[in-house]
Write a protein that binds this ligand. Structure first.
Ligand SMILES: NC(=O)c1ccc[n+]([C@@H]2O[C@H](COP(=O)([O-])OP(=O)(O)OC[C@H]3O[C@@H](n4cnc5c(N)ncnc54)[C@H](O)[C@@H]3O)[C@@H](O)[C@H]2O)c1
Ligand SMILES: CC(C)C[C@H](N)C(=O)O
Length: 364
C-alpha cells in the first residue's frame, strides 16, 4: 500500500503509529477529517493478518466516522484507532495507559471510545491519562457502554427502512436474519423480539448464539448460511465487507439494515443491491446511536437529550431514502451526499480543527 497516495486520494489528515515495548501496544490512530470538529471514533482491538490490513482498517473506519458524525448532525470529525492484538489475551493495564498518553499527545484532535474488542473498563484506564475519551463509566458522569444505544438506533432505522419496503414500519411477524449477536446485536434482538419479529441468528461464538436462542426463541444457523436464509430483513452486526460478490447472489432479504461498519465491500456493491430492489439502510447512518450517545458527554452527559437525538436516526433513514428516490441514486450515495454537503458547507467557515477539545471536555 502506498500510504501517502491513499491518504491523498481520500483526503486523510493524519496517521499516527503508537508503539510501547513494555506493554506490547501497537496502535494506529487515523484522523480523516476535522472540518466539523475534533475527530471522534472508537478503538478497535483485533488480530489482524498483517500490519497493512490493520492500517487499511483504521483508515476505512476513520473515514466512515467522518461521514457518520456529519450525517448525524454532530459537530465532530472522523477518526478511529486500531490496536493490533487479541482482546481476549493481549490486553493489560499498561497498554491502555500508554495508549491514553498517545491520545493526550494529540491535544484534542482525536477523542476515543469503545469499538469491537474494547470495553468501558478499557476506557476507564485510558481516562487515567487523558480527558479525550468517552464511553467511560457512568460513575464518572459519563454515558457508559454505547452498544445498547447503538442497538436502539439500529432498531429505529430498521423500522424506517421496513416502511419503505413493506409499506408499514411494524416488524411484527417479520423474519430478521441477524449476523453476529455480540454487544449491539444482543440488544437489537431484544427490541425485535419484543415487537414480535422472528429471529434467525448466527455467530462464531456458540455461547452468544445459545443465549439468543434461549432468550428470544431465535433459530440458529451456521455463519456461512446466514446470507441465504429466507428472511425479510438481513441485519449485518459482525464485521464489515459482508455485502460482496460472493454474498449478494445469496441474499433473499428485501431490506438490509444492521450495525456493522463498512458493510459494502466496495461502493459498486451498493449499486448492485440497489438494482436488485433491496432497501439498504446505509451503515453509518443507522449505526450512529453509539456515537451520538458518547458525543453528548462533551456537553455534560444527559441521557434524555442524547436519546432524543438518537431518535433522529429514523428520520435520517427516511431522508436518505427520499434523496435516493429524488435523485435516482442508491441509498449509500444519497447518504454520502448528505454528509458531504454538510462538511462542504462548514468548510467555508472553518478548515483544520484547532485545539478546543479541552475547552469542550472541561464542561463534562
Ligand atoms: N458497539 C457500538 O456501539 C457500535 C457502534 C457502531 C457500529 N458498531 C459496529 O457494529 C458491529 C458489532 O459491534 P459490537 O460492539 O456488537 O461488537 P461485538 O464484538 O460485541 O460483536 C460482534 C459479534 O460478531 C461475531 N462475529 C465475528 N465474526 C463473525 C462471523 N464471521 N460470523 C458471525 N459472527 C461473527 C463475534 O463473535 C461477536 O459476537 C461492528 O462492526 C462495530 O464496528 C458498533
Ligand atoms: C464512538 C463509538 C461509539 C464508535 C462506535 N464504535 C462506532 O463505530 O460508531
Amino acid at each position: 500500500m502506498e500510504i501517502f497516495k491513499y491518504m491523498e486520494t481520500y483526503d486523510y489528515e493524519q496517521l499516527v503509529f503508537c508503539q510501547d515495548k513494555q506493554s506490547g501496544l501497537k496502535a494506529i490512530i487515523a484522523i480523516h477529517d476535522t472540518t466539523l470538529g475534533p475527530a471522534l471514533g472508537g478503538t478497535r482491538m483485533w488480530t489482524y493478518e498483517s500490519e497493512e490490513a490493520a492500517i487499511e482498517d483504521a483508515l476505512r473506519l476513520a473515514k466512515g466516522m467522518t461521514y457518520k458524525n456529519a450525517a448525524a448532525g454532530l459537530n465532530l470529525g472522523g477518526g478511529k484507532t486500531v490496536i493490533i492484538g487479541d482482546p481476549r489475551k493481549d490486553k493489560n493495564e499498561e497498554m491502555f495507559r500508554a495508549f491514553g498518553r498517545y491520545i493526550q499527545g494529540l491535544n484534542g484532535r482525536y477523542i476515543t471510545a469503545e469499538d469491537v474488542g474494547t470495553t468501558v473498563a478499557d476506557m476507564d484506564i485510558i481516562h487515567e491519562e487523558t480527558d479525550y475519551v468517552t464511553g467511560i463509566s457512568p460513575a464518572f458522569g459519563s454515558s457508559g457502554n454505547p452498544s445498547p444505544v447503538t442497538a436502539y438506533g439500529v432498531y429505529r432505522g430498521m423500522k424506517a427502512a421496513a416502511k419503505e419496503a413493506f409499506g408499514t414500519d411494524s416488524l411484527e411477524g417479520k423474519v430478521v436474519a441477524v449476523q453476529g449477536v455480540g454487544n449491539v446485536a444482543y440488544s437489537l434482538c431484544r427490541h425485535l423480539h419484543e415487537e414480535g419479529a422472528q429471529l434467525i441468528v448466527t455467530d462464531i461464538n456458540k455461547e452468544a448464539v445459545q443465549r439468543a436462542v434461549e432468550e428470544f426463541g431465535a433459530r440458529a444457523v451456521e455463519p456461512n448460511e446466514i446470507y441465504s436464509v429466507d428472511c425479510d430483513i438481513y441485519a449485518p452486526c459482525a464485521l464489515g465487507a459482508v455485502i460482496n460478490d460472493h454474498t449478494i447472489p445469496q441474499i433473499k432479504a428485501k431490506v438490509i439494515a444492521g450495525a456493522a461498519n463498512n458493510q459494502l465491500r466496495d461502493p459498486r456493491h451498493g449499486d448492485i443491491i440497489h438494482e436488485m430492489g433491496i432497501v439498504y439502510a446505509p451503515d453509518y447512518v443507522i449505526n450512529a446511536g453509539g456515537v451520538i450517545n458518547v458525543a453528548d458527554e462533551l456537553y455534560g452527559y444527559n441521557h434524555e437529550r442524547a436519546m432524543k437525538k438518537v431518535e433522529t436516526i429514523y428520520s435520517n433513514i427516511e431522508k436518505v431514502i427520499e434523496i435516493a428516490k429524488r435523485d435516482r441514486i442508491p441509498t449509500y450515495k444519497a447518504a454520502d451526499r448528505m454528509a458531504e454537503e454538510r462538511i462542504e458547507r462548514m468548510r467555508n467557515s472553518r478548515s483544520q480543527f484547532l485545539q478546543n477539545g479541552h475547552h469542550i471536555l472541561s464542561r463534562r
